[in-house]
Design a protein around this ligand. Structure first.
Ligand SMILES: Cc1cc2nc3c(=O)[nH]c(=O)nc-3n(C[C@H](O)[C@H](O)[C@H](O)COP(=O)(O)O)c2cc1C
Length: 171
């Protein structure tokens, strides 16, 4: 798949086969994450790899019953790590750069997964404390996205977009 096919083929998937993800594919996804840009190259985020069924179930519960999280064989949880940026960028690092670093990393993971014929869905609706309990991340690291990854068990639902001339503004 060339890059633009990856962009076109990425769709949110909310139904997964139980088939595991090949370790080489997971490694490629993690390597892609680590190539993501970040403010000052500080990489002010952390990634938690959740494989265990009970923990995936707990993530689904933490996400108001989004059960497809438990269906996928694996989920990545992206958290901010503001302590890595506060020294250089103060509050702008904490409030803006760290969440941006984490979300760009998650975007790289989504696109890498798509290129590897895997499916994902970005999950942002969850209770922070309940996610914290599952991953046991240190105080100060806020979860910003859960990304279940796996093989789709049904075709994706295609979604519309705003017209380009509505969202792009020539100045
Ligand atoms: C910040 C963010 C939060 C999201 N949270 C959820 C979520 O909690 N549950 C879910 O099913 N989809 C969630 N989505 C996926 C969107 O619903 C989806 O990207 C959008 O409908 C467009 O569809 P597409 O990804 O198939 O293009 C989220 C996406 C983003 C970017």
């Amino acid at each position: 798949m060339d890059f633009f096919e990856v962009i076109t083929n990425r769709h949110s998937m909310r139904a997964y086969k139980p088939d595991p993800i090949e370790p080489e594919k997971l490694q490629q996804i993690l390597d892609a994450i680590n190539r993501a840009p970040s403010a000052g190259n500080l990489q002010a985020y952390e990634v938690y790899v959740v494989r265990q069924a009970g923990q995936r179930m707990a993530l689904a519960q933490a996400s108001w019953g989004q059960d497809f999280i438990a269906q996928a064989p694996l989920a990545l949880v992206f958290c901010t790590h503001p302590a890595l940026t506060v020294g250089r960028y103060a509050q702008r690092g904490v409030n803006l750069y760290s969440p941006q670093d984490a979300t760009i990393a998650c975007t790289f993971a989504m696109l890498a997964a798509t290129a590897l014929e895997l499916s994902t869905v970005w999950v942002g609706a969850f209770e922070d404390d309940a996610v914290w309990k599952v991953i046991g991340s240190p105080e100060g690291q806020t979860p910003v996205a859960i990304l279940p990854i796996g093989y789709a068990s049904k075709p994706p639902r295609l979604t519309p977009r705003r017209k380009l001339d509505e969202l792009v503004h020539e100045m």
